[in-house]
Design a protein around this ligand. Sequence first.
Ligand SMILES: Nc1ncnc2c1ncn2[C@@H]1O[C@H](COP(=O)(O)OP(=O)(O)OP(=O)(O)O)[C@@H](O)[C@H]1O
Length: 227
Amino acid sequence: MNDPVLRLSGIAKSYNPGQPNEVAVLRGVDLAVAPGEVVALVAPSGAGKSTLLHIAGLLDTADAGTVAIAGEDMTGLGDRRRTAVRRADVGFIYQFHHLLPEFSAQENIVLPQLANGVSRRAADAYAMELLEHVGIGARAGHRPAALSGGEQQRVAFCRALANRPRLLLADEPTGNLDPGTSDQVFGTLMGLVRDTGLSALIATHNLDLAARMDRQLRLDTGALVPV
Ligand SMILES: Nc1ncnc2c1ncn2[C@@H]1O[C@H](COP(=O)(O)OP(=O)(O)OP(=O)(O)O)[C@@H](O)[C@H]1O
């Protein structure tokens, strides 16, 4: 049987532990994301979705519980191994694109590949393939400032997939766009995820977008419950 691409077990996290201003954000989060499964994470503002995504993506550590990626338990691993797994296996998308302003769309997708040891030629070709997949191949040479908000976000999707991760983590990936554009750009993201067979955990406030995913979970007082 295939291991889940992401498994969280008993994840707990507090900020300022032991202090009068302690905030217990996660109180026992359990989750398994199967290969190819796309899970919606619905949570009101401040419920802890960014905290959860950062722990799942190895950008932060939990106070208790375990994170396993593709069957490998990350607990107790050193920073080097965690960074290597994050670079190779996890793609991130944020509400704002965070593209490098001085580089073209294509270069923004090439750079992470070069950092991972891919040749320039292969990186260029894959970046173009991804840009064409999301319908903006003709914009490959444009810098982010010369792209629309929806186009910038499409480039950010391609960048997240540049190193062919197993798991995509997205925090309000279309939250910065107007509703019509958001709907369209979200469709592009889902197409990309389905065509690459990625597993994904996608946080959104938008219940219509959540309904387009395989499963919907709500972060409620520090634990996940079905919507
Ligand atoms: N470094 C920190 N120190 C103290 N409290 C924090 C810290 N980071 C987050 N918090 C608190 O933890 C809670 C969860 O924060 P988090 O950013 O995970 O929420 P969120 O669900 O992503 O919210 P939003 O949708 O508004 O981005 C919030 O109450 C926040 O104020």
